[in-house]
Design a protein around this ligand. Structure first.
Ligand code: MCA
Ligand code: AMP
Length: 505
């Protein structure tokens, strides 16, 4: 079944019930939401969308953007959300790779996005959507509301770009079957209830905020308090009306910085869920001491949605991400390809109905990341005797800063292209707020060190802000092993305490 139909059906006898209450004062019932989805579907259809067509979307978080996602599903289109922080240079790659029928962007970005889409043949329709709901996407259209398009398990629902360890970003193809299987399982294992109220604080251009959070609430259906950007004080104020919150570790670190965040505020809360990056045991403990509640940590990936989860009932153990979801199989594999017993550290591999259909137009890359029918996550982990997984590191050269992925190679290439830089190495080092912060170590060409602020400013033109290194440090030569490979572990060790002193942040 088309995932949209499932969502519509879930609210069939709850049309008058609250679906969204936004922090801008907008309130929508389920009937309002689905009427909006209908109008946007008509607009997309008028733009020429047919099943299988991609809809590339780079817009601010709003209920209209959620409705745009649902309308795309409804028509059998393929939703391609993009981080709003991406620069025009970054956007160009995604638009040309996805070859969309429709591109939706903020009204003020229209010209830049039109330029990014210039090479796409046939030229996509360009529609606009402002965060306040203005724009050509929601302007009245003449055509009548189209019916929903039946979809099979294997039909694509979305492509989410994840940066590649080498070179180009890869579009992870997710099917209606993938998204539905994960949503149905999560709703069950997290004990979702009709009287739950989700406090939604995540961006909706990633799997966490778009799929995990929204699907659980919409399939119940339970109301959503919708914050368009994360503001810790606003979250604390809204908590007494909520029962479930999903966030990345940085959200929890920032909530703990709020004086007013206490046990009383959390009295109606049933579940705090964390994921997308490792939750430090210190954060878990501080959270429990302040609120009396133990955060439920789970582990996931764009290519597979949610993979493991600590239990709803039973021990939630800091530093572990729990057993695999009921319909997911997981194994830990050693360097020689041997499946490892409990207690040993190796690469986490998974298979199940949640695992994606491959990378968009990259069959070779897809093959490389599978071991038979097992998907190789690139994360290093170990299982205990009861099947609980702990993630102990990453085999892939990836930095996760505040829940956002940064691939060093992309930042190194941007740095190496700047005048005065002979070579560079980019690493993640511990950061009290972001978990890991991006730090660049550069070798100046002439021994004359380029100014740090100027280097960071130069990077900003091409790279999204969250990828720009918090610090750029000069060094005479990069440490290398006998094979000539840069020893990033030595750089990480040397600057491990860089952000320990709050003055250095
Ligand atoms: C913003 N900035 C950052 C980050 N976010 N810098 C480093 N890392 C970040 N994550 C920078 C901006 O470039 C800007 O810098 C300044 O911080 C303020 O920007 P603003 O947007 O106001 O930041 P914020 O609101 O404080 O954002 C922090 C945040 C946000 C709320 C933690 O990064 C966030 O929403 N993270 C969650 C991402 C997420 O949903 N991940 C799920 C991926 P300047 O002013 O210098 O330009 S899905 C996934 O991982 C899988 C499936 C899973 O398991 O969930
Ligand atoms: P993404 O590519 O944005 O989907 O990020 C997925 C990656 O985030 C995973 O491969 C892990 O490295 C990391 N991740 C997600 N959840 C957790 C967690 N609870 N603990 C540690 N790492 C996590």
């Amino acid at each position: 079944m088309n995932l949209y139909d499932r969502i519509r059906l879930a609210a069939a006898d709850r049309g008058d019930a609250l679906a969204f209450e936004c922090d801008d004062g907008r309130v929508l019932t389920h009937d309002d939401l689905h009427a909006l989805v209908g109008r946007i579907s008509a607009r997309l259809l008028a733009a020429g969308l047919v099943p299988g067509d991609r809809v590339v979307v780079q817009v601010g978080k709003s209920v209209d953007a959620v409705a745009l996602y649902l309308a795309t599903l409804r028509l059998g289109g393929v939703f391609v959300p993009l981080n709003t922080a991406y620069t025009a240079a970054e956007l160009e790659y995604f638009v040309s790779d996805a070859a969309p029928r429709v591109v939706v962007c903020a009204p003020e970005a229209r010209e830049a996005v039109a330029a990014s889409a210039q090479g796409v043949d046939p030229a996509p329709a360009l529609l606009t959507l402002g965060q306040d709901g203005s724009g050509s996407l929601v302007d009245d259209v003449e055509s009548s509301v189209p019916p929903s398009t039946p979809r099979d398990h294997d039909d694509l629902a979305a492509i989410l770009y994840t940066s590649g360890t080498t070179g180009r970003s890869k579009g992870a193809m997710l099917t209606h079957g993938n998204l539905t299987a994960n949503a149905v399982t999560l709703r069950k294992i997290w004990g979702w209830r009709a009287d739950d109220v989700l406090l939604h604080i995540l961006p909706i251009f990633h799997a966490h905020g778009l799929f995990v959070a929204l699907h659980c609430a919409l399939l119940e259906p339970s109301p959503i308090l919708f914050h368009r950007r994360f503001d810790a004080a606003a979250v604390v104020a809204a908590l007494p009306r909520a029962s479930v919150l999903m966030g990345v570790p940085t959200h929890y670190v920032r909530l703990l910085e709020e004086q007013a965040f206490d046990r009383d505020r959390c009295a109606g809360m049933r579940l705090f869920i964390s994921g997308s990056a490792p939750l430090r045991p210190e954060t878990f403990d501080a959270f429990e001491a302040r609120t009396g509640m133990r955060i439920l940590e789970r582990y996931g990936m764009t290519e597979a949605g949610m993979i493991t989860s600590n239990p709803l009932d039973g021990a939630r153990i800091a530093g572990t991400v729990g057993p695999p979801l009921p319909d997911v199989e997981l194994r830990v594999v050693g360097e020689n390809g041997r499946v490892l017993p409990a207690g040993e550290v190796g690469t986490v591999q998974i298979r199940g109905p949640n695992v994606f259909a491959g990378y968009w137009r990259m069959p070779d890359k897809t093959r490389e990341e599978f071991d038979g029918d097992w998907f190789v996550t690139g994360d290093l982990g170990t299982c205990d005797g009861t099947g609980r997984l702990s993630i102990v590191g990453r085999g892939k050269d990836l930095i996760i800063s505040g829940g956002l992925n940064v691939y060093p190679k992309e930042v190194e290439a941007a740095l190496d292209a700047l005048p005065g830089i002979a070579e560079s190495a980019v690493v993640g080092v511990p950061h009290p707020d972001l978990g890991e912060a991006v730090v660049a170590v550069v070798v100046p060409e002439t021994g004359q060190v380029p100014e740090e602020a100027a280097l960071r400013a130069a990077l900003r033109g091409g790279l999204a802000g969250f990828k720009v290194p918090r610090r750029v440090l000069a060094i005479d030569a990069l440490p290398r092993n006998a094979m000539g490979k840069v020893q990033k572990n030595l750089l990480r060790e040397r600057w491990a305490a860089l952000f320990e002193d709050p003055a250095g942040v």
